[in-house]
Design a protein. Structure first.
Length: 299
């Protein structure tokens, strides 16, 4: 097939759909409709005269032919992306873009970023804050910081462990009531429980404290991000489980108190890059700095 007739849009749609094995996730990545992805894939299959996916109820799987084509396309797209990055990086650069989850960005990265600037005044850091994992192809960010309860690696990326997440109860000293002393874990149930994402972590914490599941544990507002839960906590709306790594400054400053030492593990934070061996000098400087910060925290 002549280059001028290559179905580039269809190939891009297929590559995203094949990588995710999901037309829905491919549509979200490429900012088009699911119907558009499905149409592009069907047109490519018609052009090639073979099925690239096997379709099931609410899911698709790559066929053997589709798997071979995806491997070739992924390699080709990665090669093109790497060369474009070389061209872009050939110009003098002092700007580093780091993509971090909102909670980490607001509670740890922004408060500590001045320390990096003091060590590297020639590097300006652009902080992006979003929950999705960076693709490292069309994205400008060289580094991402992600939390995961279970995963420690992601496809086509490399990851460095920063720290485990230990969750402990905390509340504002302003709402501690004399008539409700915090002497045993069960005393926390006299306060509103603030939940992050779901109620599972509080349930695990109370189970570790020896308390059986109860209606009180399954009540209280739910926040989609830890930074939102912290804002509610600081305003005295209740008691929350906080990440000790992100909340150490607030605990040390007395902005809220930790009534019990009991903690539960909830995944870990990772520094993610497409290839740590191909980072720019400013990105490498950031890697050295942030891994050093968390080495001190873990020590």
């Amino acid at each position: 097939m002549k280059r001028g007739r290559l179905p580039l849009t269809a190939l891009r749609s297929f590559e995203a759909a094949g990588r995710h094995e999901s037309f829905t996730l491919a549509a979200e990545e490429l900012f088009v409709s699911q119907a558009a992805i499905s149409r592009q894939v069907r047109e490519l299959e018609a052009l090639l005269g073979t099925a690239l996916f096997t379709r099931h109820h609410r899911k698709v799987r790559l066929s053997a032919t589709g798997s071979r084509l995806l491997e070739t396309l992924a390699t080709a797209f990665d090669t093109i992306d790497a060369r474009l990055e070389e061209v872009r990086a050939a110009k003098p650069a002092t700007l580093l873009t780091v993509n971090a989850e909102p909670g980490f960005a607001g509670c740890w990265l922004v408060p500590h970023l001045q320390h990096f600037r003091e060590e590297h005044p020639q590097i300006d850091v652009s902080v992006e804050s979003e929950a999705r994992l960076v693709d490292f192809r069309g994205d400008v960010a060289e580094l991402a910081i992600r939390h995961s309860a279970k995963a420690s690696s992601w496809p086509r990326t490399q990851a460095l462990h920063l720290c485990d997440v230990a969750m402990v109860p905390a509340l504002s000293p302003a709402i501690v009531r004399d008539e409700a002393p915090l002497e045993v874990p069960e005393d926390l149930l006299s306060y509103t429980l603030l939940h992050e994402e779901n109620r599972d972590v509080w349930a695990r914490w109370f189970a570790a404290a020896g308390l059986a599941p109860s209606t009180e544990i399954m009540r209280g507002p739910i926040f989609t991000d830890g930074a939102l839960a912290l804002q509610a906590l600081l305003r005295g709306h209740g008691v929350a489980l906080v990440d000790t790594a992100l909340s150490r400054d607030d605990l040390d400053a007395g902005r809220f108190i930790q009534p019990f030492d009991l903690s539960v593990l909830h995944g870990a934070y990772f520094l993610v890059a497409r290839d740590f061996g191909q980072l720019s000098p400013q990105a490498l400087a950031f890697v050295t700095w942030i891994t050093g910060c968390f080495a001190d925290i873990s020590a």
